[in-house]
Write a protein that binds this ligand. Sequence first.
Ligand SMILES: NC(=O)c1ccc[n+]([C@@H]2O[C@H](COP(=O)([O-])OP(=O)(O)OC[C@H]3O[C@@H](n4cnc5c(N)ncnc54)[C@H](OP(=O)(O)O)[C@@H]3O)[C@@H](O)[C@H]2O)c1
Length: 304
Amino acid sequence: MKEKTVALAGGSGFIGRTIVRRLAAAPALKLRVLSRNPEKARAQLWESHAEFVAADISDPDSLRTALEGADAVIDSIQFDGYPIENPRRGLTFDRIDLGGVLALIAAAKAARLTQFIYISGAAADETSSHPAFRAKGRAERAIRESELDYTIFRPSLVYGPEDAVVNSFVKLLKYAPVFGVPGTGRQKVQPVLVDDLAECVALALEGRGHNGTYEVGGPDLMTFDDLIRTLMDASGHRRPIVHIPAGLMRGFGALAEKLPSPLLSRDAVTFVTADNACDIAPLVAEFGVKLTPARVGMRYLAKK
Ligand SMILES: NC(=O)c1ccc[n+]([C@@H]2O[C@H](COP(=O)([O-])OP(=O)(O)OC[C@H]3O[C@@H](n4cnc5c(N)ncnc54)[C@H](OP(=O)(O)O)[C@@H]3O)[C@@H](O)[C@H]2O)c1
């Protein structure tokens, strides 16, 4: 079998690292991780035997060099501080999510690479008024119209031992007297184990899901409150849930946006109070994956 070179933009991130580790086990694949800090990425992923190259999504020349000789690219990038935009530092959905995909498509075409795999997000919608969902929707359209072979994955909340979100929730459950849920707590979420997503990416590289867009969630559709209760069960840290009205949080967000490095924004409140439900039937039919139930996938939280 011909050896295939796979470039991973965002390969040093939470989802990217799991994909790299999964692909490292595949024969006939050469892996190339693109990072702004390749030495740091190498230290995290030394066992993968990947190549680590310097590349910044906002530097088209670095992307062109990084993709030379590659056959496929996986885009799993998100900006530092996500989902709180910081326009002063150029950290926005438009610039990094959408602009990054456009730059990668151009570099992919220059390198005559044929396959583009994109980690988009649930609720991606180019007509949305929310910058995150709109940027992902526009990025998806650019990929579909690029004439590259593509597979697009739209995950709901992705969790795993190295994630940022679920781990920070469990830390709060451990140390805070109550758990503050943004909004009503009725917003839908369908947490998916990162290894299940990585498995689908590996299958896509083999041709599964060709020119398709797939929502990716776990088998359990739950409310945000249910998610927190599941985390309490898994971790053993039980706290009362308190709902923080979205309007109040948006008020704090508006004030925080005036700071040089905001820790909250109005759009971030909308982002965390939005529904993230998925139709997983097409994914299961095409990829044949057995999605891990949350109570099984979250067992690692017992040690936290
Ligand atoms: N985590 C979730 O629950 C979830 C759910 C749905 C969708 N997604 C989507 O999945 C993708 C990956 O998410 P994640 O949670 O794995 O993110 P993450 O852990 O924050 O990783 C972000 C990655 O982006 C890279 N990056 C950031 N800015 C860059 C730039 N200017 N140039 C090049 N690389 C840059 C980082 O690489 P270096 O720092 O090494 O340069 C890092 O590898 C994102 O598109 C996200 O929207 C995530």
